[in-house]
Design a protein around this ligand. Structure first.
Ligand code: PEP
Ligand code: MG
Length: 606
């Protein structure tokens, strides 16, 4: 808020500027005013930093260490004679090594750091972009294609630069603009407190925006070629309610947004009172609210809002923090810390939901479809040693019996059976080593269509289910949740999604096991009445969604929620469901929902 006040005072000189308004999709609520910082890079993201004279020598050293690290990695890979690496691949790595060891490349980058007083990442970008452009203009096709090797080498140096003490730091009021922001970059940036995020790509359920909502960071997406339209230092307003950005805002605009931002802040503080007692609908039905947490420090706030434990802890965020698989001991400590925090309300820890591209394992082929590839439980079962370490850590941290294990992306009962065997073996080992361990309950994420169809068999093998609606919508409707181009096809209220949810809830009732709905659907006020009507009684959500969801639940009756779902029976499409839902809300709950609930973000194009 101080930043906004400052802006108000300084903005008089901008009255004659021409502001530019661009429509976007709002994916995290809030208003921010600030200066743009353009983020670049593929595997590792970075931006330009101007250095002080005293920072140049340390920066040169940081660059040399990173190059040494990258050379070491390549030498190791090239010397491996495993079946996994075919000969052509070894040749590619040898070519990369030649480029990496090229002294003229090093001195060009070092000269840029020295003379332009810029960070190593930016110098690597300038120099390699220049080489890449030259390669791309070569007429010989074979030689022209070598630019790909240069891109790979640049990525490798940039990744190695991120492994050391990177110098991410932002000016006050920085607003990040990027094609897309990786969750790991956002975690790295949070220490510098950016004010908002603007991206070209990403969807409502992208992990980056889930995290942005957890961090109360306004975010908008869907701005095509945004990096070509703005530059670092440009002034911008981000409207994370209406879905808009305003470049070069005039004084009047700034004043308007200042008021909206103030009202939002007041609204938020009104919600900060501690909640006690059970949450019940108007007709007395209890609904359990739990928190989805990626950064455990948010649990204190969740508890104030009345959360009963953690419904979903995405352990892969540890992988991001540790920049690789944490050791057994690091994991035991991390899981114990969360378990202690939640006490008897318990935490459901999901095993690493990683894709192979996040591993930086050079022996694996790049995947064309990572969402359909070696991901989640498949990756864990393929990287058994790492999976065993995680299971062992979870067993050791479970001595208070308040940890449950959740397996992501289950598509076949066999994956559960294999995990159970591994758990038994790890228990045996711990027993032999006389290390104390507990018996965590085991759950499966239901987020793949085959799991819905096999729900009775799966339910028989686990203690509870977690409904991951983000992936369920993605896989059921074949719509990439991170791809802005198909965001209009990501229809949470598609009849196929509703039928699947109902199938899962009914199977769980038959087997008498709980189901926690933990996708973003559970934290959306618009969708929650439908979920209740379908039979959901346990919802796990982003901490900052809890107050709004509590309000909705306490102001509606379960009977009414069931009535909506009955009305949806004959609907054949997402449009028909949305029309019926919105009609019902207007008739019964006009005080809770606005007329255009489903229109706000749809069909906005620049
Ligand atoms: C989901 O898919 O709904 C879910 C909760 O998990 P994630 O968003 O991490 O894939
Ligand atoms: Mg998922």
């Amino acid at each position: 808020m101080n930043a906004l006040k400052e802006k108000k005072q300084n903005s008089s000189s901008q009255i004659f500027k021409n502001e530019i308004r661009l429509n976007a999709r709002a994916v995290s609520r809030g208003i921010a005013v600030g200066k743009i910082v353009c983020l670049h890079g593929r595997k590792r993201q970075f931006y330009k930093i101007n250095l002080e004279a005293s920072q140049i020598e340390p920066e040169l050293r940081r660059f040399r260490v990173a190059v040494g690290l990258a050379i070491g990695q390549l030498k190791k890979i090239s010397s491996q004679k495993s079946d996994k690496i075919i000969e052509t691949k070894v040749n590619i790595f040898d070519a990369h090594l030649l480029i990496l060891e090229d002294k003229s490349l090093h001195s060009k980058i070092e000269n840029n750091i020295r003379e332009q007083k810029i960070n190593a990442e930016w110098a690597v970008k300038i120099v390699t972009d220049d080489y890449i452009a030259k390669f791309k203009s070569i007429s010989d096709e074979h030689l022209r294609e070598r630019y790909i090797d240069l891109e790979d080498v640049a990525d490798r140096i940039l990744t190695a630069l991120g492994g050391g003490n990177s110098i991410f730091r932002l000016e006050k009021n920085s607003i990040i603009v990027a094609k897309e922001v990786k969750p790991s970059t956002l975690i790295e940036l949070t220490g510098c407190q950016p004010q908002a995020i603007i991206t070209e790509n990403g969807g409502w359920t992208s992990h980056t925006f889930i995290l942005a909502r957890e961090l109360n960071l306004p975010a908008v997406t869907g701005l095509k070629k945004i990096l070509r339209r703005v530059k670092t230092g440009d002034e911008v307003v981000v409207d994370g309610f209406g879905g808009q950005i305003i470049l070069n805002p005039i004084k009047k605009t700034l004043q308007k947004y200042l008021v909206t931002a103030q009202e939002f802040e007041q609204d938020k503080s009104a919600n900060l009172e501690t909640v006690k007692g059970k949450l019940k609908t108007l007709d007395g039905k209890e609904v359990k609210i739990r928190a989805n947490l990626d950064l455990p420090k948010g649990y204190a706030q969740a508890k104030c809002f009345g959360a009963q434990g953690i419904g979903l802890y995405r352990s892969e965020f540890l992988f991001n923090q540790f920049k690789g698989f944490p050791t057994e001991q690091e994991q035991v400590e991390a899981y114990r810390k969360i378990a202690r925090m939640v006490g008897e309300e318990a935490v459901r820890i999901r095993t690493f939901d990683l894709s192979v591209e996040q591993l930086a394992d050079e022996t694996e082929e790049k995947e064309k479809n990572p969402a359909l590839g070696l991901r989640a439980i498949r990756l864990s079962l393929s990287y058994r040693d790492e999976f065993r370490v995680q299971l062992r850590a979870l067993l050791q941290a479970s001595t208070e019996n308040n940890i449950s294990i959740v397996l992501p992306m289950i598509s076949d009962v066999a994956e559960i059976l294999q995990t159970k065997k591994l758990l038994e073996r790890e228990k045996e080992k711990l027993k032999k080593r006389k290390i104390e361990y507990g018996s965590p309950r085991l759950g499966a994420m239901i987020e793949v269509p085959s799991a819905v169809l096999m729900i009775d068999e799966i339910a028989e093998e686990v203690d509870f289910l977690c409904l991951g609606t983000n992936d369920l919508v993605q896989y059921l409707l074949a719509v990439d949740r991170d791809n802005e181009a198909v965001a209009d096809w990501f229809r949470t209220l598609h009849p196929a999604v509703l039928r699947s949810i109902k199938t899962v809830l009914q199977a769980a009732t038959r087997r008498e096991i709980p189901v926690i709905v933990c996708g973003e659907m559970a934290g959306s006020p618009v969708y929650v009445p439908v979920l209740l009507g379908l039979g959901a009684t346990e919802l796990s959500m982003n901490v900052n969604s809890i107050p709004r969801i509590r309000k909705i639940i306490s102001e509606i009756a379960m009977e009414e929620a069931q009535e909506i779902v009955e009305k949806l029976d004959g609907c054949r499409s997402a449009d028909e469901v949305e029309e019926a839902v919105s009609g019902f809300y207007q008739e019964k709950w006009a005080h809770l929902f606005s007329k255009d609930i489903f229109q706000q973000n749809r069909n906005k194009k620049n």
